[in-house]
Design a protein around this ligand. Structure first.
Ligand code: GUN
Length: 297
């Protein structure tokens, strides 16, 4: 079997076109949706992610502002910046690019954000709403994966979804999204992690296998059921002397071997990555709409 390749770039472009139309409508009603991106320090990958997110804002007609702080910024200063952005009525969504430097308490920063502007869906209030199935900002990567599956024609209901990785950004919200009693969810979900006994045996049970543990090419063909749908969330830089940059990007899945047994697979790059950014646009649009509804009451 040769797996169908799920084109995240094409699906993300479609979503962004839909967002762009909505942004035009919202602007006509006097709201100019705006995302504030906060970048702390000098991590190369974070800079690339923030640049891509701002470029997407431009593509969909949204404004964005970038606030950069040095790596050694005192935590208090970052918290003050969050307060400032919370109180700025021209800013609808706030994104603090993670990871933050070690001396800063990430949970403190995320909790400082107004839940109404938390377009990453990382605030405990929004995570709590997600768990009980309320409408809220859903973390962009897992929401993007669900959307990718829906728009690729995958019927999720009743499927066994095996998630590798239990991060707060991907694994945990992914499990909570797909287990909901909802038309595009209703899955049976297993979450595996570093202490899971016989992970390959569990992975092989997945009708849908989602790899999000951050280990380059960890998932091999022997860990995948014939005909499974494989979603690769990993973006790992590995040394590659043949490349001009000196590195290449690989996922958490060994694409060459797994694409021979899976029925469908997301590539890296061009799979989940662009969907994360597209869902950030969806969430920022939602935040701007909510601000309009709040100001008219
Ligand atoms: N770092 C890795 N993924 C993400 C994400 O989705 N949002 C933010 N803010 N930081 C990240």
């Amino acid at each position: 079997m040769t797996a169908r390749i799920i084109d995240g770039n094409a699906i993300a472009a479609q979503i962004k076109t839909e967002v762009k139309d909505e942004v035009t409508r919202l602007k006509a009603r006097g709201v100019d949706p705006c995302l504030a991106a906060v970048l702390v320090g000098d991590v190369a990958a974070s800079k690339v992610y923030v640049r891509n997110k701002r470029r997407s804002c431009e593509q969909v007609g949204m404004s964005s502002v970038l606030r950069t702080l040095p790596a050694d910024v005192p935590e208090q200063e970052l918290l003050q910046l969050i307060d400032e952005l919370n109180n700025d009525s021209t800013v609808h969504g706030i994104l603090v690019q993670l990871p933050l430097p070690d001396h800063i308490d990430e949970t403190k920063v995320l909790q400082r954000m107004s839940p109404a502007k938390d377009v990453d869906g990382f605030h405990p209030i929004n995570i709590g709403k997600l768990v009980i199935g309320f409408d809220t900002f859903r973390s962009c990567t897992p929401a993007g994966i669900q959307e990718l599956l829906i728009r690729s024609g995958v019927d999720i209901a009743g499927k066994h979804v095996v998630i590798l990785g239990r991060s707060n950004i991907v694994g945990k919200p992914m499990a909570n999204i797909l287990v909901q009693k909802h038309k595009h969810a209703n899955a049976t979900v297993t979450v595996c992690h570093s202490r899971t006994r016989d992970l390959p045996a569990l992975a092989r049970q997945g009708d849908i296998l989602i790899a999000a543990m951050g280990q380059p090419e960890f998932v091999k063909a022997e860990m995948v059921a014939a005909g499974a749908i494989v979603v690769d969330v990993g973006i790992n830089r590995v040394e590659d002397p043949a490349s001009k940059k000196g590195y290449k990007l690989v996922g958490d899945v060994d694409f060459a071997s797994v694409s021979k047994v899976a029925s469908a697979i997301t590539p890296v790059p061009g799979g989940v990555g662009p969907m994360t950014v597209a869902m950030l646009m969806v969430n920022t649009l939602k935040a701007a709409r909510m601000s309009l509804a709040a100001s008219s009451t």
